[in-house]
Design a protein around this ligand. Structure first.
Ligand code: MOS
Length: 754
């Protein structure tokens, strides 16, 4: 019987968070804690010639200054630096040698008794470099940028993508064509919590590592291999995270530096990055995408071609399937993809909320809007005509796809039917009003996971797994599912996460954890039920004697017959009778992914913008996001996920961009003052709708995951609304007001010269 799944249960960790009881990586204190501050490179490429730390070392309270010249030993081979999210290549090794491969790279670590002393002393460290020419500009001179074709089809966790038909010929022959180039900048993750690690020296090279990460076991294996430490000597925890968004999927360099410091001093060490230093980690790669669409006059597609160039470092090839989403989403007999990488003198790019789909769908959904304009067709009607009931890559059915309902319910809630089609035809005072829409798609992934449940005779259960809760509400949905599966009140469930000694868990990412861990709980709870049944059946005159596991359920602290709820035994009676204080079960759940069905979550996003005609200022006054994400485990946290993603979509459309000074290969806006993010004043009316979507085959609970789908389609919906408001098509994010004003002047000039 389900009492909690689907409800808006409040976060079970909410109280701990608002009272400060929840500890984050930089908040663990321990006697003798030393503090590290990172010195970063001021050049983008070259070699360190000398490091003069003498002035820093003379300061009272400074304990040591570590660099490649004097650090404790680290592994020699590349394999040791790999991790669960590492792309192909040669992973970056912090403080390993004299090579500088990006600006902002850590080159030294100052260790001191106080954080402030370490920080000041770091400013006294003098580093001399031998510089080499660098390239950081994706759109720079061609000879500076090496373009590398990625494997076709890419080795991707997202499954196969194959070109089909003859897209170029179909495009050339199409009655209606659209071709456009769309660009998106580098974006940084900017979680509220800074990256930090506190290493507790437990003596004799035994370490407890409190790290900010989306994967404690990933970091544990990495630290053990990089420092050749015994697995039992390293424990990594990350019980709470102030935002991850993908930047915590891979171990970040502060964990290496903190461990180096601890090993060098044989003391506990904390390293906290500054906001500025966070811009020396990974980022969403800048992209240039070309989309070609060939269509019939009736608004069906003949051809889709998608060409993408995305940014990576010189030492690792990070990419996702940017191009593949185009051929997947809409019905088209012909599709062609080309994906190349620009290797630049930057850190390796990485996953950021809905990697590849967030950017690819900006391009595709802008292009679809442009095609709708050419066809003089309502943009929503074009989506309906191109709707695909089968995954176009593999001609597979979907396990479920209720995107139709997203379109219908989203349009209804938004009032889309009242849209006046012509650009610049809607106005309110001195503001132009525009309505735009876009589609979202994401893969509904799930990965093997182990879950342990310990049920006590007093009616309490502890559920644990080494997973992380990166702020999405994992603790809460786990408690809800466990409470329902064990038939206990939610208050009787405690959840433990974020500790490498707990049962095996994958990284928290890809929107796969909710589906994986909730079904993992179902599996383990079933084993608990079997054990309770065994004990209950052994009682004299047991009302459950002879019943099978599938014929009983746990409800209200009892094991009862499903058919006749009056036949039952209390859990505590069964356990006491059997002389058992605890029932302890640990099970691993695997998901049968044979690719016979496509698993995707979908969304339809409708946006209203108001644009000041004279100043070009854009306000996103309304957004409706209608999501088909399978079964919703928690109405409240699910709503928050989509709400947060919509806010990020507003940022992506209008604000966010990492700006480099290419002369130095250096980020110029490395802080929250200069890197513009949406704030409360930028967010107005956001409505989230979850459409009913039952999925009987994806997994037992029918869950798809929601962490990422909410951002996809938002930027395109806003860009399309800006076009509808102003008649100006901006294909280059973010849509800052200068792009509207400049284009207006160009329009004015071209009209006067005619
Ligand atoms: Mo997500 S970008 O896999 O944290």
């Amino acid at each position: 019987m389900e009492k909690y799944i689907g409800t808006g249960a409040s976060r079970i960790d909410g109280r701990a968070k608002v009272t400060g009881a929840a500890k984050y990586a930089a908040e663990f204190n321990t006697p003798g804690l030393a503090h590290g501050f990172v010195v970063t490179s001021s050049i983008a490429k070259g070699h360190i010639v000398t490091i003069d730390a003498s002035a820093a070392l003379r300061m009272a309270g400074v304990l040591d200054v570590l660099s490649h010249e004097n650090r404790p030993s680290m592994a020699l081979n590349d394999d040791a630096y790999g991790d669960d999210a590492a792309p192909k290549g040669s992973p970056f090794r912090p403080l390993y040698d004299d090579r500088v491969v990006f600006s902002g790279q850590p080159v030294a670590l100052v260790l001191a008794e106080e954080a402030e002393i370490a920080r000041y002393a770091a400013s006294l460290v003098r580093v001399e470099y031998e510089q080499e020419p660098h390239a950081t500009d994706l759109s720079g001179p061609h000879e500076d940028v090496v373009l590398v074709p990625t494997d076709q089809p890419p080795e991707s966790i997202f499954g196969p993508q194959h070109p089909r038909g003859d897209a170029l010929a179909a495009f050339a022959a199409a009655a209606v064509r659209h071709a456009g180039e769309y660009s998106t900048p580098i974006e940084h993750h900017n979680p509220m919590e800074l990256f930090a690690t506190t290493v507790v020296w437990e003596g004799a090279r035994k370490l407890t590592v409190h790290d900010k990460t989306q994967g404690v076991q990933n970091v544990q294996r990495y630290v053990c291999s990089v420092f050749e430490l015994a697995s039992e000597d390293v424990r990594v925890t990350s019980a709470y995270m102030g935002g991850g968004f993908g930047i915590g999927l891979r171990p970040q360099y502060q964990v290496v530096l903190a461990v180096l410091g601890a090993l060098a001093l044989e003391r506990s060490v904390r390293v906290v990055l500054t906001r500025q230093q966070m811009y020396g980690l990974g980022y969403r790669p800048a992209m240039i995408q070309k989309i070609e669409l060939g269509a019939t006059r009736e608004g069906t597609l003949d051809a889709i071609a998608h060409d993408a160039v995305t940014v990576t470092s010189q030492y690792e090839d990070f990419y996702r399937q940017e191009t593949g989403w185009s051929g997947l989403l809409y019905k088209s007999p012909n599709a062609l993809y080309q994906h190349r990488l620009a290797r630049l003198d930057l850190p390796t790019s990485c996953d950021m909320r809905c990697p590849s789909a967030a950017t690819a769908l900006f391009a595709l959904e802008s292009a679809m809007d442009e095609l709708a304009v050419t066809l003089e067709l309502d943009p929503l009607e074009l989506r309906r005509r191109c709707y695909s009931d089968r995954d176009q890559h593999g001609n597979r059915p979907y396990s479920s796809k209720n995107l139709h309902a997203c379109y219908e319910q989203g349009a209804e809630a938004f009032g889309w039917a009242k849209r006046s089609p012509a650009p610049r035809s809607m106005r309110e005072g001195k503001e132009l009003v525009g309505w735009g829409m876009g589609t979202g798609i994401w893969e509904a992934l799930q990965v093997p996971i182990s879950v342990r449940i310990v049920l006590s005779a007093n009616g309490h259960a502890e559920v644990s797994s080494a997973a992380s809760d990166i702020g999405t509400g994992t603790y809460t949905i786990m408690a809800q599912v466990a409470a329902d599966m064990l038939g206990l009140p939610i208050e009787s469930i405690s959840v433990r996460l974020g500790d490498s000694t707990l049962p095996q868990s994958p990284l928290e990412g890809g929107s796969w954890l909710a589906a994986s861990v909730s079904n993992g709980i179902v599996t383990t709870a079933q084993a608990i039920r079997e054990e309770v049944l065994r004990l209950a059946s052994a009682m004299p005159d047991s009302p459950l004697a002879g019943l099978g596991t599938d014929e009983v359920e746990l409800a209200d602290g009892r094991l009862v017959s499903k058919r006749d709820g009056s036949r039952g035994v209390s859990i505590s009676d069964a356990m006491r009778h059997g002389g058992v204080e605890r029932i302890d079960q640990l099970k691993t759940t695997k998901f049968d992914d044979d690719y016979s069905k496509a698993h995707n979550a979908h969304a339809a996003v409708f946006a209203e913008v108001k644009v000041d005609e004279e100043l070009g200022v854009i306000r996103v006054t309304r957004v409706v996001s209608a999501v088909a994400g399978g079964r919703i485990l928690n109405a409240k946290t699910a709503h928050s996920q989509i709400m947060g993603a919509v806010v990020w979509g507003i940022g992506m459309a209008l604000h966010e961009q990492t700006v480099l000074d290419h002369r130095f290969g250096r980020v110029m806006n490395a802080d929250l003052a200069e890197y513009a993010l949406p704030v409360n004043a930028d967010v107005h009316d956001v409505k989230v709708i979850f459409v009913e979507e039952q999925d009987a085959t994806i997994n037992g609970l029918g869950v798809k995951g929601l962490g990422e789908i909410g951002i996809v389609g938002v930027a395109a919906a806003i860009a399309n609304a800006v076009y509808h408001a102003t008649g100006t098509r901006v294909r280059d994010l973010p849509i800052t007001l200068d792009k509207l004003i400049r284009t207006d002047q160009q329009i004015a000039q071209s009209s006067t010269s005619q």
